[in-house]
Write a protein that binds this ligand. Structure first.
Ligand code: PNS
Length: 159
């Protein structure tokens, strides 16, 4: 069975993330979306909230599950019995960080392969940080995040 992990912070999930989830789910047997629990990052949404968002967004994708993880990605991948990590790639800047991460993960678990999926062109500029910055100042995040998350993000900044 071809099982892969798509890890990330997903704070919040963007249309770019969702695009990668859908594309990866179309060619692997099972996709586990791993949501990083990282207290030092001080996320906008709690780990539980981020997991719930992705569950809601992927409810129609039968081969996708969502789990939180804490600690090393290579350990999480092993714990769910997967051998592949999926990461989306936008720019050269992404590549420098991603290749470092892929090689580090492989040195920790030699059976682990990282597969990069190039972002869809329309999401090239998109990131969770940009979405948060725009939302914080009351800008329009339509088209950047799934419609169902838009209100949830705006509400979070109102509180
Ligand atoms: O969405 P992000 O923030 O770009 O995702 C980064 C993530 C969660 C994939 C990365 O930070 C990660 O894997 N963290 C777990 C810690 C780890 O395994 N570090 C060693 C590899 S660099």
């Amino acid at each position: 069975m071809n099982k892969a992990v798509y890890p990330g912070s997903f704070d919040p999930t963007t249309n770019g993330h969702l695009d990668i989830i859908k594309r990866a789910a179309s060619f692997v047997d099972e996709l586990v979306v791993g949501v990083l629990e990282n207290p030092s990052k001080n996320p906008l949404f709690s780990t539980d909230e981020r997991v719930e968002h992705i569950k809601m967004l992927t409810k129609d994708l039968n081969n996708v599950s969502v789990l939180p993880f804490f600690g090393l990605l290579s350990d999480f991948v092993k714990s769910v019995d997967a051998k592949m990590v999926i990461r989306g790639l936008r720019t050269v800047t992404d590549f420098e960080y991603e290749i470092q991460m892929a090689l580090t993960n492989r040195s920790l678990n030699e059976n682990l392969e990282t597969l990069f999926i190039p972002t869809s062109a329309k999401f090239l500029y998109l990131s969770s940080s940009i979405v948060k910055e725009i939302a914080m100042f009351g800008g329009d995040i339509s088209g950047m995040v799934p419609e169902i998350l838009k209100g949830i993000i705006i509400d979070k900044f109102r509180k």
